[in-house]
Design a protein around this ligand. Structure first.
Ligand code: FEO
Length: 399
């Protein structure tokens, strides 16, 4: 059933309460998600984005129960990733030839996914689509936020920014608006989304926000393609994005390890003791990478000013949970974060070097030589681990 956003603008998306992973299994969605599609019914009827393909029949049926499908004048594809374009082909089967407004890269992306020639109307920043009743849509390209094809569009009159993935959250709610949901849950999902998806593009986020602010357009609503609509003080999420895009960190250290016989775990726990004994104000998070959600750990890394990674040596390398997490860390291009490596080994001392090399390659500043012990750490090694934590936080606080 459609839900009114304001005046003649409606949400016609799909709430996916059941979703527990996104991008295959790359992104955990503990609170589900939504695929937001918006219907504008001015003199012209415009559909902005669709939903993920498994829901295409349901989506088209729902819209058809509200309006005559043939009254849709235009379809806007702000971004062609299948979670938003997945129902396009099913819809166009019923209304073939409907013009599709997207960027040139959007054309490539839609053709690449669906292998069909459609009635494309490529647009650039500043192009306008009159809606009637004195209102229009203005297109704003936003390449790499987070795909090359991404664009936003702004609806005059109702002052709505349709921002696609930007400002979104994998957060399912029937409440529709930001002022009607639990703020802790909302922001937990918004920062997780930023840390896990948008962080590599932070410079572009800053530039795009500056560009939009410079346009001096009034923004009464921000309608992203996932999660809730920002209605109450919508610019609060823009301000948050500015903060997150600008070398963001909190007064926090995160320690992440994996362990086989609790040796590396003991080192981790004692490093934490040393940090806490030296600086009671710094928040510390400690995770076993094999037992925790990778995207939640990525969010904690994003929030931290320093991270310590630990693994014993196994098969001439590191444990797979740490390797997988470090691969994610490399791709997410964190900046301005300090780090160190630790671990134990039996007959071949490799793990801390592998971790340290990967951290350097990923742009982390290594604050201390790795902490490593042969076999299981004894009392002296545990004391040295406490000292290591003390030195680490002392050096960190000097910066
Ligand atoms: Fe929600 Fe980039 O798709």
């Amino acid at each position: 059933m459609k839900k009114q956003i304001i005046n003649n603008v409606y949400w016609v998306g799909k709430n996916d309460w059941e979703l527990r992973s996104f991008h295959g299994y790359e992104y955990s969605t503990h609170r589900g998600s939504s695929y937001n599609s918006y219907l504008i019914r001015e003199e012209k009827t415009v559909l902005i984005d669709t939903v993920y393909q498994p829901f295409s029949n349901e989506f088209v049926k729902n819209i058809a129960s509200e309006i005559e499908l043939s009254t849709i004048d235009y379809i806007v594809v702000n971004h062609a990733e299948p979670d938003h374009s997945g129902a396009l082909i099913e819809l166009l089967r019923l209304i073939p030839g409907t013009p599709i407004y997207c960027t040139e890269n959007g054309v490539k992306s839609i053709k690449g996914h669906y292998h069909q020639e459609l009635n494309f109307k490529p647009v650039k920043t500043g192009d306008k689509l009159p809606l009637g009743n004195g209102k229009e849509l203005i297109f704003i390209q936003a390449p790499m936020l987070h795909w090359p094809d991404t664009m936003f569009c702004y609806m005059t009159g109702d002052n709505i920014l349709f921002s696609n993935d930007a400002f979104g959250q994998h957060f399912c709610s029937e409440m529709l608006f930001n002022d009607r949901v639990d703020q802790y849950e909302l922001y937990a999902e918004a920062i997780k989304y930023y840390a896990n998806i948008l962080n590599p593009f932070s410079k572009l986020v800053t530039r795009k926000i500056d560009e939009i602010v410079a346009l001096n357009l009034p923004v009464d609503l921000i309608c992203p393609s996932h999660g809730i609509v920002w209605r109450d003080n919508p610019m609060q999420i823009v301000a948050k994005y500015s903060e997150w895009a600008n070398n963001y960190s909190e007064n926090q250290i995160t320690v992440i390890y994996d362990t086989m016989y609790n040796g590396t775990r003991a080192i981790a726990e004692n490093i934490v003791k040393g940090i806490n004994a030296t600086d009671k104000n710094i928040a510390i998070k400690l995770y076993n990478a094999a037992k925790n959600d990778k995207n939640d750990m990525i969010t904690e890394i994003f929030r931290s000013k320093a991270v310590l990674f630990g693994s014993p040596t196994v098969n001439n390398g590191i444990m797979s949970s740490i390797a997988g997490l470090l691969e994610m860390v490399k791709g997410l291009k964190f900046i301005n974060k300090k780090a160190a490596a630790f671990g134990c080994y039996g007959w071949h001392d490799v793990s801390t070097k592998v971790i340290e090399d990967t951290l350097k390659e990923s742009g982390f500043e290594i604050l201390m030589e790795p902490l490593r012990f042969i076999w299981s750490p004894d009392d002296d090694a545990l004391k040295k681990s406490i000292d290591y934590g003390r030195q680490f936080v002392t050096l960190l606080n000097k910066d």
